[in-house]
Write a protein that binds this ligand. Structure first.
Ligand code: TRP
Length: 493
């Protein structure tokens, strides 16, 4: 039976563990460690966390399983898999949307990923220690500005990060992706544990934890719910076929429902843990320097790159503590970003390998180069080039335009398409059968069927409609700007 899956010359994971690790690597990314705490902070803390968990259980988990089974049964990338399962119908267009979305997400994702590389180098070199007599806020604003406003730096770090991503994908599923996640994921867990241990023992940590974890039901409103669902998709890498593609390299006799469960659990725990790092640190600053915690929490995009380093520089233990804690934090971000970026490039690459018969190495390098070119305007839209930045393109920066399009439109649309595909077009019976090749007694079958056929599509459609109104509707000036709209960091310049 293994020979069967190899027949068409496609790679296979060495084990189910490798598949789960790679899928978790895709899910755990900037969206968890940067996006989640920021979104939680700006949407009222504990209440948001609660809604987020509900979204994960009601929509995230069922869609995750749906994607995995489409991939394994379709044995291809999203376009090829849907074509295979429903030949001669336009359903492959949902897959095509996924491939396009992969292109676009990766092009702006690498920009932020490049920043993490820059900051890791800064931190490791001791640059997070503020020189004697300088104002720390100004110092870090300038550090951030010197990077974002410098076209050379912006492009250099995107290039460094893209080359790492491409090299891994070009090396193949087993020798590239599997091998790299087996090294990077344990390192990620280790760094995370180290950072949490430091964070929760800081002065003021208690106030941070209670802001973060005690739900304030009064703060829950429509917008919080919309944000929580969007965050859940992005964080779980759902809606564009990452799990389809990764699932296509899995053997028929492996268990899918528990794999989906592990990936979802790992992703949510890490998002929640990231908050355990960020919130105590913010409230430490409030406790020790009289800073206003509410204001810091509202800071948003600048949080990780401007406020956070400022706080790191004040850690007890002096310059050494700052260097170690800072380097560990930005290394964690860079690793998380890399294991996510490879999944994005893999979807695009697999499409050209499967459906256009282009050799993997050529496809990965060629597509990676195109994505790199597409990343340049995003990189330059952080202040380096005026007409791309701030409100230059349709009232937002080029980066924000791509980010909003994917996060608020393409991903939910893709997830909706996939849920309807499984629930109504391909059919629950066939989907269940394909799951049962690895899980003969699939205990939650009926529940999953109900969720994927009714609950998930309806919930997504409602959210999509809400976002549609947000984006194209009336009050243009209070658009999604507060939400990880990653461009306008805290500098007052
Ligand atoms: N999930 C990753 C994060 O949290 C980002 C990501 C990787 C992604 N692949 C994706 C998001 C596919 C949406 C779709 O940072």
């Amino acid at each position: 039976m293994q020979a069967n899956a190899n027949q068409n010359g496609r790679g296979l994971w060495g084990s189910r563990f490798a598949f789960v690790l790679a899928a978790a690597g895709s899910a755990v990314g900037l969206g968890n460690i940067w996006g989640f705490p920021t979104a939680a902070a700006q949407n009222g803390g504990g209440g948001f966390v609660l809604i987020y968990i509900l979204c994960i259980l009601l929509v995230g988990l069922p869609v995750m399983l749906a994607e995995m089974v489409i991939g394994r049964a379709g044995e291809k990338n999203p376009v090829g898999a849907l074509q295979h399962l429903k030949p001669g119908t336009p359903w492959y267009l949902v897959g095509a949307l996924g491939v396009v979305t992969g292109f676009v997400i990766l092009s702006f994702y690498t920009v932020i990923a490049g920043w993490t590389v820059f900051y890791f180098i800064q931190a490791a070199g001791g640059a997070l220690t503020v020189p004697e007599g300088e104002d720390s806020a100004a110092y870090f604003s300038e550090m951030f500005g010197s990077m974002t406003a410098n076209p050379g730096y912006e492009i250099l770090f995107v290039a460094v990060f893209m080359i790492a991503t491409i090299s891994i994908v070009a090396a193949g599923v087993r020798k590239g992706i599997e091998r790299s996640v087996k090294i990077m994921m344990p390192l990620l867990f280790l760094l995370l544990a180290l950072l949490i241990a430091r964070s929760v023992t800081l002065e003021g940590a208690g106030a941070g934890l209670s802001y973060y974890l005690v739900p304030d039901f009064g703060a829950i409103n429509r917008e919080v719910i919309v944000m929580a669902l969007g965050q859940a998709f992005f964080s779980l890498s759902l809606g564009m076929g990452v799990m389809i593609t990764y699932g296509s390299y899995l053997r028929k006799e492996e268990c899918l429902p528990s794999s989906a469960g592990y990936v979802v659990t790992a992703d949510s725990l890490i998002a929640i843990f990231a908050g355990l790092i960020v919130f105590p640190v913010i409230f430490f600053m409030a406790a020790t320097q009289g800073a206003n915690a509410d204001e810091l929490v509202a800071e948003g995009p600048g949080l990780v790159f401007v406020i956070f380093p400022q706080i790191l520089s004040e850690l007890p233990g002096g310059a050494a503590a700052t260097t170690i804690f800072g380097a560990a934090f930005f290394l964690l971000l860079a690793i998380a970003a890399l294991t996510s970026a490879i999944s994005l490039l893999e979807v695009v690459t697999a499409h050209f390998v499967d459906d256009w018969k282009i050799p993997r190495k050529k496809a990965a390098w060629g597509l990676g180069a195109i994505i790199f070119l597409l990343a340049i305007p995003s990189a330059l839209s952080m202040g380096a080039v005026d007409w791309l930045s701030a409100d230059g393109v349709f009232g937002v920066s080029f980066f924000d335009l791509l980010y909003m399009l994917t996060f608020q439109l393409f991903l939910p649309l893709g997830a909706l398409g996939l849920a309807v595909f499984v629930g109504w077009a391909w059919g629950l019976k066939k989907a269940s059968e394909a799951i049962q090749t690895g899980t003969p007694n699939f205990r939650l079958e009926k529940l999953w069927q109900f969720m994927i056929r009714y609950v998930a599509p309806i919930a997504i459609a409602v959210i999509l409609a809400a976002q549609f109104i947000d984006i194209f509707g009336g009050d243009a000036d209070e658009k999604p700007a507060e939400e990880p709209a990653r461009t306008e960091p805290a500098e007052g310049a």
